[in-house]
Each structure stands twice: as structure tokens, then as C-alpha cells.
Design a binder for this molecule. Structure first.
Ligand SMILES: *Cc1c(COP(=O)(O)O)cnc(C)c1O
Length: 392
């Protein structure tokens, strides 16, 4: 019964949409000796990573680096720029947008949540209508998730910016790019985003533990007058210390070694090539899903994410049982369905340090898992992906 034994030889396939596979180069960089964070060696490292991270966000402004998960950077964006009771407009794209809303409500903000069906991105026309309805300018911020990791839907942030500009609304624009940064084109400056939230453990290929706020000039000005209580997350002491290559409290030194290496790897490949690679691997994945006769959670072709694909299982089939089969038989972790998609969908992460043969292995594991778990599907998904990947 060898085929039923857990297979733990060889490498585990970590195909959840974050944390992603950490390249050996980055693991080796993190392995360095921890140094004095007030010494000259650290100062050089700090300047290098603080400068090097800016082009990844496509900004020339400051990027604050926190020793925290992405959730911390969500909170930081809000407490630095807003005052208690301020109204913020958020769009229900899925589980991550819902979690960010909960955080904002617990902080005492007045959240207007534009309803969504968890299969589409932010609707710029709904944003436009909500802002047109707010002539007194009570809405202080519009908050969007660029790439909704629970659904595999990418939203058009430039269209949201245009909707805000068209009615001359003064609200800040805050965008979560945690699962799109360094995977899908994201332009902080060009799209007029005021605060961008990032995290280390997805496209940046690092372990969890760092998160980011890219901060525009309008957000910096808002921080002068914002009265929400903030201490640990305060941009002021951070940006002041960063100018001298220091941090106001002990930084995550070894993760910064990893960040230094990640930035070098992204520069070597070239950001545009990184985006093209993700687009290609995502297209191959979508061809496999279509050939299996399964449905993506994302409904519109133009919104399908290049960093992950969420797949619906046919009614009556439990996505978590399917994932358990894939883990036990093929030693591969797939993402679970989150929130209202729990048990109904699974997610294939195809972001970060990932290539065509890794994708071929991943899709093979999914196709074999569908057969073993008795999920109705057509054969040939892997073949469709391979044909796409070998056609040019
Ligand atoms: C992963 C993720 C988060 C949460 O980040 P944590 O590091 O788990 O706190 C938030 N938003 C999006 C879009 C994500 O993908």
C-alpha cells in the first residue's frame, strides 16, 4: 500500500499564496550573524534596503519597514493618517478586505463597506457613486485590496484613482498590495496612492515577519493632524531614524539581510520580467483549470490574478478533504477556502520564487489529487498547461 503512505521524501511543495517558497539564496543571507543595529555595518544595510525597496513599490517616497506581519501595516496606515470616528470607504472584495474592515471598526473608525460578491474586484463606479454622495467630504479615506488573496481577483487601482479625481474628492487612497507586490505590476506614485501596505512573505519571497507602508506626501501631511493614538506604528520617529540608517526600536536584522538579497534578486531579473513570468505561469494555471472543467472563483477574465488562482470545487465536494488528499499523497500544501469560500474552494499559489517546472509539478499534484479524491473533472489540465508553456 505504498501509494497510500505519506510521501515526505524530496521537497515539500508550498503552493499556498503566502508564505511562499523562500529561495536558498535568501535563506543563506538570513543565516548571517546578527550584528549591532547601532553600528556602521547596520547603517549601510539599512540605507541599502530602505533605498532598494522603493522601486519595488514604484515610488520615490519613504517606505516604512515594520517588524510585523501584514496586519500590523494595515493598522499603521490607518492610525497614522486618521482621527477617531473618521469615515472610511472600503470595498468588500473578499476575506482580506473583510478583515481590514474589522480592524478599522475596532479602532473606532466609521466604515462604509461597499458590498461585493467575492468574485469581482473593486467597482470603480461604486466608489465614484459613494464619493459623489459625499459633498461635505466626510469620507477621509478609500481603502482597497489590490489583489484579494481569498478569491484570486485583482482590482484596477488606476480606475479607483480616476473615480476619486473625477469628483475632486480629497480622501486619501490606501491600497493593500501584500499579495501583488513584486508579482503583479503595482505603481504607488503613478496611481496616486497615498499609503501602500506590503508584506514580506508573498512576492518578496521572504519568511513572514516584515511589513511595509509606502507613504506619499499627502499622507505625511495628514499624519500631522491625525489624532488616533499611535506609538509603535508612528511614522514620525521611524522616518526620522531611517534618515540616519537607524530604527527607533530593534529592527528584524536578519530579515533585513533577507530583504537585501530579495531586492538584489528582483533587480537582477528585472521587475518587468518578474511580472511577465507571473503572468505566464498564471495563464498556464488558468488553462489547466479550464481543461479540468472547473471554475475559477474570479468571474472576469480581466481581473484574474497572476499571483494565485482560486478554484471552486463542484457542489457536494469538500475542498478541505481534497487538500488533505493532496498533502498526504503528494506532500503539497494548497491554500484553503477562506471565509464564505471555506470548504468550497482551494487556492493555488503561483507567486514568488517559482518557475515552469515547479508549476508543472504543482498542477500534476492537483490533477492526481482530483482523481484520488474522486472529484469529477476532465483529464488533460496538465497537458493544456504544458502545451501553453512549450508553445513559444
Ligand atoms: C496575507 C495577506 C494579508 C495578511 O497579512 P498577515 O501577514 O497575515 O498579517 C493581508 N492582505 C492580503 C491581501 C494578504 O494576502
Amino acid at each position: 500500500m505504498a501509494g497510500n503512505q505519506p510521501n515526505t521524501a524530496g521537497r515539500h511543495f508550498l503552493q499556498i499564496p503566502g508564505p511562499t517558497n523562500v529561495p536558498d539564496r535568501i535563506l543563506r543571507a538570513i543565516d548571517g550573524a546578527t550584528i549591532d543595529h547601532r553600528g556602521p555595518g547596520f547603517e549601510r544595510l539599512a540605507h541599502r534596503v530602505l533605498d532598494g525597496i522603493k522601486p519595488i513599490f514604484q515610488t520615490t517616497g519613504p517606505v516604512v519597514i515594520y517588524p510585523a506581519s501584514g496586519t500590523g501595516a494595515w493598522e499603521a496606515a490607518l492610525v497614522n493618517t486618521l482621527s477617531p470616528g473618521d469615515r472610511v470607504l472600503m470595498a468588500e472584495t473578499g476575506q482580506f478586505a473583510t478583515l481590514w474592515r474589522g480592524l478599522a471598526q475596532r479602532l473606532g473608525l466609521d466604515v462604509v463597506f461597499l458590498p461585493g460578491d467575492w468574485r469581482h474586484g473593486v467597482r470603480a463606479n461604486y466608489i465614484a457613486a459613494a464619493l459623489a454622495d459625499d459633498p461635505a467630504g466626510q469620507i477621509k479615506a478609500v481603502c482597497c485590496v489590490h489583489n484579494e488573496t481569498s478569491t484570486g481577483v485583482t482590482s484596477n487601482i488606476a480606475a479607483v484613482r480616476k473615480a476619486m479625481d473625477d469628483c475632486d474628492h480629497p480622501a486619501l487612497l490606501m491600497v493593500d498590495t501584500i499579495s501583488s507586490l513584486a508579482s503583479i505590476d503595482y505603481r504607488h506614485d503613478e496611481w496616486g496612492v497615498d499609503v501602500t501596505i506590503g508584506g514580506s512573505q508573498k512576492g518578496l519571497m521572504l519568511p513572514p515577519g516584515l511589513s511595509f507602508n509606502a507613504v506619499g506626501t499627502k499622507a505625511l501631511a495628514a499624519a500631522e493632524n491625525a489624532t488616533m493614538i499611535r506609538s509603535y506604528w508612528d511614522w514620525g520617529p521611524m522616518i526620522a531614524a531611517n534618515k540616519g540608517g537607524a530604527f527607533p526600536y530593534t529592527p528584524a536584522t536578519n530579515l533585513l539581510y533577507g530583504l537585501d538579497e530579495a531586492v538584489a534578486m528582483l533587480q537582477e531579473e528585472g521587475l518587468q520580467n518578474v511580472f511577465n513570468r507571473h503572468a505566464r505561469l498564471a495563464e498556464a494555471t488558468r488553462r489547466a483549470v479550464a481543461a479540468w472543467g472547473l471554475e475559477t472563483v474570479a468571474r472576469d477574465d480581466g481581473e484574474k490574478s497572476n499571483s494565485l488562482t482560486a478554484v471552486m470545487l463542484p457542489d457536494g465536494h469538500d475542498a478541505d478533504a481534497f487538500r488533505a488528499t493532496v498533502l498526504n499523497r503528494y506532500n503539497m500544501s494548497l491554500g484553503n477556502g477562506l471565509g464564505r469560500l471555506a470548504g468550497r474552494a482551494f487556492r493555488i499559489g503561483h507567486l514568488g520564487d517559482f518557475n515552469e517546472l515547479m508549476l508543472a509539478g504543482t498542477l500534476s499534484g492537483v490533477e492526481m489529487g482530483l482523481a484520488v479524491a474522486g472529484v469529477p473533472h476532465h483529464k488533460g489540465g496538465v497537458q493544456a498547461a504544458l502545451e501553453f508553456l512549450s508553445s513559444d
